[in-house]
Design a protein around this ligand. Structure first.
Ligand code: FAD
Length: 293
């Protein structure tokens, strides 16, 4: 039956209280942020827990704060706050667009960015753009703080590097460098409420001539148990000007690195084709935007 099993409910109001609880009972607890993944898993008995620690009301963990070096986004910031942030859209548009693609209006209102990466689904919407934007994930426990890249946070399907007493507290995203731009794209079988069959983010940085590629990053989701950072695409692009022949090769390189499975959302063959199409489109878009940046 779809009802919750018994658990002890904790509602800390400060980050320090959350870290205390995690130190004491982290091994017997689940953290609840928006609950859009967790509550379903509890109801469907995919997981069980003795304690639920609700972190949604901890104000220190929420909000978008601009700094001299970029922006900090609290782990409990909702996807809808990110989607609707007029300040974020100019420099961090790839993340804002990805946020707009997650679930429905109702889901985005509850779901958090910390919950999205911590759920560590292969098809999660925000890890790829966070990675393309060179974000840092800040992880804290009573023992201290450590930071990792988004691509190093997720280890596999619903697996990540968090220890039982740790939580994600925020994301730090640097100011984009000159002549650079990031793009995000996703494809599902229909437009609304669809978990992605493939998602991808690309970041291109140009030299001062605004033509030659200085650095490139391409990350794809939903094509392997964890997001894949392409090794082939940067080595194809760096030092060159983009042209049609290169764009074709970018698509081929990304396809050769994707290892998708067939499931209810899409066949492996379809996913590979989508990887090629997204890689070509997003690379071209990022290059053109970087020329203007
Ligand atoms: C109808 C529907 C459609 C959806 N569509 C999409 C979609 O298109 N794309 C997509 O990516 N996702 C989708 N989701 C999944 C979900 O909404 C997102 O993954 C969401 O971002 C999860 O955030 P949350 O705050 O609800 O997490 P919760 O459900 O509260 O938590 C998820 C997991 O992360 C842990 N956790 C939460 N916060 C932290 C933290 N700060 N530190 C450490 N661990 C933490 C929890 O303990 C739990 O294990 C959908 C869900 C539903 C119900």
């Amino acid at each position: 039956m779809n009802i919750l099993s018994n658990f002890q409910y904790h509602a800390p109001k400060t980050k320090a209280e959350v870290l205390d609880l995690l130190a004491d009972i982290g091994d017997k607890s689940k953290m609840l942020a928006g609950g859009t993944d967790l509550v379903i898993m509890l109801k469907e008995k995919m997981i069980q827990t003795e304690n639920v620690i609700n972190i949604a009301d901890v104000k220190e963990l929420s909000g978008i704060k601009f700094t001299d070096n970029g922006v900090e986004i609290g782990a409990c910031t909702t996807i809808s706050e990110i989607e609707n942030s007029k300040e974020l859209v100019e420099k961090y548009g790839a993340l804002v667009y990805a946020a707009s693609q997650l679930g429905s209006y109702q889901v985005r209102t509850m779901a958090t960015i910390g919950g999205n990466i911590s759920h560590s689904s292969p098809c999660g919407e925000t890890p790829a753009p966070l990675s393309a934007l060179n974000a840092t994930v800040v992880i804290e426990s009573k023992r201290g703080e450590r930071t990792v890249k988004p691509e190093d946070f997720i280890l596999g399907n619903r697996q990540n590097i968090l220890e039982k007493d740790e939580m994600v507290t925020k994301f730090i995203i640097p100011e984009p460098v000159a002549h650079s731009a990031a793009t995000y794209g996703n494809i599902g079988l229909r437009n609304a409420m669809e978990i992605d069959a493939v998602n991808m983010a690309v970041n291109i940085e140009l030299e001062d001539d605004k033509k030659t590629i200085k650095s490139a990053k391409l990350i794809m989701g939903s094509v392997a148990p964890k997001p894949i950072v392409s090794e082939g695409v940067p080595s194809l692009l760096v030092g060159k000007e983009l042209n049609d022949e290169l764009i074709e090769k970018v698509g081929e390189a990304a396809m050769s690195e994707a290892t998708p499975i067939s499931d209810v959302r899409a066949s492996a063959e379809y996913r590979k084709d989508v990887v090629g199409a997204l890689a070509r489109r997003l690379t071209k878009e990022a290059y053109n935007k970087a020329m203007e940046a």
